[in-house]
Design a protein around this ligand. Structure first.
Ligand code: PLP
Length: 430
């Protein structure tokens, strides 16, 4: 049985690597090298012409990265993956791979602020227009699209609202129009498998749960191999017409014998080659270590988050707990449809005392860290109104789901009683 058809807990330990062929090392070695000796000029020629796959230069590929790529791809049920320097570069490359100046793409309004900035402000300087729509109604994606729309983009479990994205509904509408859905699955690896629900591409900031220990910045793009780029050739000229940046390769034809990997190969050998946002071999090693325990950690993250959310739902100083497991109606249906085995580990709370209470609460925490991060094994907290969202007006903050008393908790894997005790003592100080 191929490793890819095994369970997630097994895939993260075994996919893509048994032992090092020269040393028999069981741990994946850190191949800290820039370049790789060619066997002959013919071999070198074959590698550059993509007649044969192999290592050329670490800006484009590396054996340590390759194991990470194989494992995350298998975990998501994809055909191949590309590891890059950060979640931000993964988002950029995922879209830029099929969007040219003059093209547009449609994106959910419920996304990470850094992605919003990249799409709204930086990509517009490249002539690529991002059209933001409310994902509450999947039809909004279709309404905002035209003949130059190259993809749709969403986040499976976006914070601060924590309303799960309607993956299958949006993916289905997109497929009918020949438009692929790219999903940012950063907040819910293991729990959510967007490719199974019709998404074409998945990306992660591996900085978060995959790394898990708050040590390294990285990102990864997974190609689902389930989108027919050739059938929609008019919409995807970048994959179906000669690419001047790779001596006229037509990507849907050039790598056809190797499987449905046109999208991800192009991203590697043109964009990563040119932009150079490569993941370091050391960081790839760190993410492989993180990945080995991600299934185990997600279980603990999720059960701790449930305990915290339930406890806080009863607290007199809190007006609202925002947590997928406590939602009702369509929002709960989506949480149940797309998250398996837990509702994630992000919990939002609204303090009755508003901004001042938010500030006081954060300053009183002793165990939870006050950081702008999620997905660490340690529990984390942030008050968006005075930090990440402080440049927005109160009205704009509310639109993104941030009220003045909103605090985002990223629940770690400490003992739940200790997490709750720290939150309780901080609430006591409010
Ligand atoms: N996507 C999501 C959902 C994130 O939370 C983040 C970072 O917070 C990113 C992407 C960007 O990732 P990175 O910080 O690794 O560049």
């Amino acid at each position: 049985m191929p490793t890819n058809s095994k369970h997630a807990e097994t895939i993260v330990l075994h996919a893509g690597y048994r032992c090092d062929p020269t040393t028999t090392s069981v741990a994946v070695p850190i191949y800290q090298t820039t370049s790789y000796q060619f066997n002959s000029t013919e071999h070198a020629g074959d590698l550059f012409a993509l007649r044969q796959f192999g290592n050329i230069y670490t800006r484009i590929m590396n054996p340590t990265q390759a194991v990470l790529e194989e494992r995350v791809s298998a975990l998501e049920g994809g055909v191949a993956a590309l590891a890059v320097a950060s979640g931000q570069s993964a988002s950029l490359l995922a879209v830029q791979n099929i969007c040219h100046a003059g093209d547009n793409f449609v994106c959910s309004t419920d996304i990470y602020g850094g992605t919003w900035n990249l799409f709204q402000n930086t990509m517009s300087t490249m002539g690529i227009e991002c059209r933001f729509v409310d994902p509450a109604d999947p039809e909004n994606f279709a309404k905002a699209s035209d003949a130059r729309t190259r993809c749709w983009y969403g986040e499976s479990l976006p914070n601060p609202k924590l309303v799960v994205f309607p993956i299958a509904e949006v993916a289905k509408l997109g497929r009918a129009m020949g438009i692929p859905l790219i999903m940012d699955n950063t907040a819910c690896p293991i729990l959510c498998r967007p490719l199974e629900h019709g998404a074409a591409i998945v990306m992660h900031s591996t900085t978060k749960y995959i790394g898990g220990h708050g040590t390294s910045i990285g990102g990864i793009i997974v190609d689902g191999g389930n989108f027919d780029w050739e059938k929609h050739a008019d919409r995807f000229p970048m994959l179906n017409t000669p690419d001047p940046s790779y001596h006229g390769a037509v990507w849907t034809q050039a790598v056809k014998p190797l499987g449905p990997i046109a999208y991800i190969i192009k991203a590697r050998v043109t964009l990563l080659r040119d932009i150079g946002a490569a993941m370091s071999p050391f960081n790839a090693f760190m993410f492989i270590q993180g990945l080995e325990t991600v299934a185990l950690r997600m279980r603990q993250h999720c059960s701790n988050a449930v305990a915290v959310a339930r406890h806080l739902a009863e607290h007199p100083k809190i007006s609202k707990v925002i947590f997928p497991g406590l939602m009702t109606g369509e929002q709960k249906r989506r949480a149940d449809a797309y998250l398996e085995g837990g509702y994630g580990a992000l919990v939002g709370i609204e303090l009755r005392g508003g901004k001042e209470a938010g500030r006081k609460f954060i300053d009183s925490l002793k165990l939870l860290y006050h950081v702008a991060n999620i997905g660490d094994v340690r529990s984390l907290a942030i008050h968006p109104a005075t930090t990440t969202h402080s440049q927005l007006s109160p009205e704009e903050q509310l639109q993104t789901g941030v009220s003045e008393g909103y605090v985002r908790l990223s629940i770690g894997i400490e003992h739940p009683d200790d997490i709750i005790a720290d939150i309780d003592q901080a609430l006591g100080a409010v």
